[in-house]
Design a protein around this ligand. Structure first.
Ligand SMILES: Cc1ncc(COP(=O)(O)O)c(C=O)c1O
Length: 398
C-alpha cells in the first residue's frame, strides 16, 4: 500500500462521531445538526428539471473529461459577469475545466502540480482549513505547511510570518476566500501580493472560492483571485487557478458540480491528469450545471435566507457569546468559554445540538492551535431550527 495513506488524519466528522459515541442524552429534545456544511435549502427546480430532461435522452454516451462546449461557455459567461473580467481574456477552450465538486478537484490538483523530485516540496495552507488540502499534499508526496489564522490577524492567514526559506520550497499555496470556518474575505491587496509572491518564488495558487456566492452585503460580492490577476494586468492568470462549486451557491451538494479556471498551461496539464484519473462530469450533470450557472435569482434568494438566519441567530447569541457576524459563508466561529471539544460534547448531551469543535478543523502549528476554544456553527438548517438551536445554546450557556 501507499505508505502516505497512513499519514492521513481522520476526517473532522469521524472525530465528531467518536466524540458523540456513547454520550447519554439528558434531554428528549429533537436533534439539530449544525456541524456539516451541507446546505439544506431547497435545490432550485431549474436544476432538477434540466437534469431530468437530460436523463430522458438516456445514458448511452461517455462524457469527455474536458466537458461540453456549452457548459464551458456558460461558466465563462458567469465568471466574466461575476468578477468583471474582460471577455477577451477568458477562453472557454483553454482556461476552464468542469469538476465533480471542488473537493475532488482540490485533491486531484495537488497530485498533478507537485514535483516530488524537488527537495522538500511544501504545500502551504491556512490553519484552520478544509482538510482535503492537507490530505492532497500528503498523498502528492509533499509536506503541508500551516499558516495560522487568528483573531489578531482578523482570521486572515499570517503571510508575513512565512519565512523566505519556506516560500522557496513552496510549490502550491491553497487559499480559501471566503474562508471556512471564519468567513473572512481576502482583500485585493493581499491577493495581489500573493500573485507577486507566486511569481517571485515560482509556485501555484489554488484559490478555493466555493463560498464566494454566500455573502452578507448584496452590493459587495467578495473579490476573486482572477479579478486580482486582471487588476494587475495579468490576463494570462499565470500560476493562478480558482475553484468554484454549485454546492453552496445553488444548494446542490448532491449534484457534484463545480469548475476550475485560470492559467491555461496549468489547466492543460490538469486536463491530462484528469483524463487518466477518469473523472468526466456526467452529461445530465452538465445540463443541470448550465441551468444553474445561468441563473442568479435563486442565488439571491439563497443569500436572503442566510441573512435572515444570521439576523435571528446573532440576536440570540451576541449577548451571551463572543461571536462575530462574518462578511461571507454560512458559518459562525464563536469563542467557547471551555475547551471546544468539551463544549460540543456537553451541548450535544444536554441540548441535542451538534456543532463542530474548532480543533477538528485545525492543527497545532508554530506553537499554537488556532481552532482551540472555538466551535463552528453551520447555519444550514431551516430558519426555525437555527433559531431553536441558538436558544438551546443560550440555555446551555446560561
Ligand atoms: C472550504 C471548502 N472547500 C471545498 C468544499 C467542497 O465542496 P464541493 O465538493 O461540494 O464543491 C467544501 C465543502 O464543504 C468546503 O468547505
Amino acid at each position: 500500500m501507499n505508505p502516505n495513506i497512513n499519514l492521513l488524519q481522520s476526517y473532522p466528522f469521524e472525530k465528531l462521531a467518536k466524540l458523540k459515541q456513547g454520550c447519554v442524552l439528558s434531554t428528549h429534545l429533537k436533534a439539530i445538526s449544525l456541524s456539516l456544511g451541507e446546505p439544506q435549502h431547497v435545490t432550485p427546480d431549474l436544476i432538477v428539471n434540466s437534469m431530468n430532461t437530460a436523463l430522458m435522452h438516456g445514458l448511452k454516451k461517455y462524457p469527455t473529461t474536458k466537458g461540453g462546449e456549452a457548459l464551458r461557455q456558460s461558466i465563462a459567461h458567469w465568471l466574466v459577469q461575476r468578477f468583471k473580467l474582460p471577455t477577451s481574456c477568458l477562453d472557454p477552450n483553454k482556461h476552464i475545466l468542469p469538476v465533480n465538486g471542488t473537493r475532488e478537484a482540490l485533491f486531484a490538483f495537488a497530485q498533478s502540480v507537485i514535483n516530488q523530485t524537488a527537495s522538500n516540496p511544501l504545500v502551504l495552507m491556512p490553519n484552520p482549513f478544509y482538510q482535503i488540502y492537507e490530505g492532497a499534499a500528503l498523498l502528492a508526496g509533499a509536506k503541508p505547511w500551516f499558516i495560522n489564522c487568528s483573531e489578531e490577524t482578523n482570521w486572515e492567514p499570517d503571510f508575513d510570518a512565512v519565512k523566505e526559506e519556506v516560500w522557496k520550497h513552496c510549490q502550491l499555496l491553497y487559499i480559501c476566500s471566503p474562508n471556512n470556518p471564519s468567513g473572512t474575505i481576502l482583500n485585493i491587496s493581499i491577493l495581489k501580493n500573493l500573485i507577486e509572491c507566486a511569481e517571485k518564488y515560482d509556485f501555484i495558487i489554488a484559490a478555493d472560492e466555493c463560498y464566494t456566492e454566500i455573502y452578507a452585503d448584496e452590493t459587495q460580492p467578495p473579490i476573486g483571485l482572477l479579478q486580482a490577476c486582471a487588476a494587475l494586468g495579468q490576463m494570462d492568470f499565470k500560476r493562478c487557478v480558482v475553484f468554484h462549486s454549485l454546492s453552496k451557491r445553488s444548494n446542490a451538494p448532491g449534484l457534484r458540480s463545480g469548475f476550475v479556471a485560470g492559467d491555461a498551461e496549468v489547466i492543460e496539464q490538469f486536463l491530462r491528469y484528469r483524463t487518466y484519473h477518469g473523472c468526466a462530469m456526467p452529461l445530465a450533470v452538465q445540463s443541470a450545471s448550465i441551468a444553474a450557472w445561468g441563473d442568479e435569482s435563486h442565488v439571491q434568494q439563497n443569500r436572503e435566507l442566510y441573512r435572515k438566519k444570521f439576523d435571528a441567530v446573532m440576536e440570540i447569541l451576541t449577548p451571551i457569546m463572543s461571536v462575530t457576524r462574518p462578511p461571507a459563508s454560512f458559518y459562525l466561529w464563536p469563542k467557547t468559554p471551555i475547551a471546544d471539544d468539551v463544549f460540543a460534547q456537553e451541548l450535544f448531551k444536554q441540548q441535542n445540538v451538534t456543532v463542530l469543535p474548532g480543533r477538528f478543523l485545525s492543527r497545532t502549528a508554530h506553537g499554537t492551535n488556532p481552532g482551540q476554544n472555538r466551535i463552528r456553527i453551520a447555519l444550514v438548517a431551516s430558519l426555525e431550527e437555527c433559531v431553536e438551536a441558538a436558544r438551546r445554546i443560550r440555555t446551555f450557556l446560561t
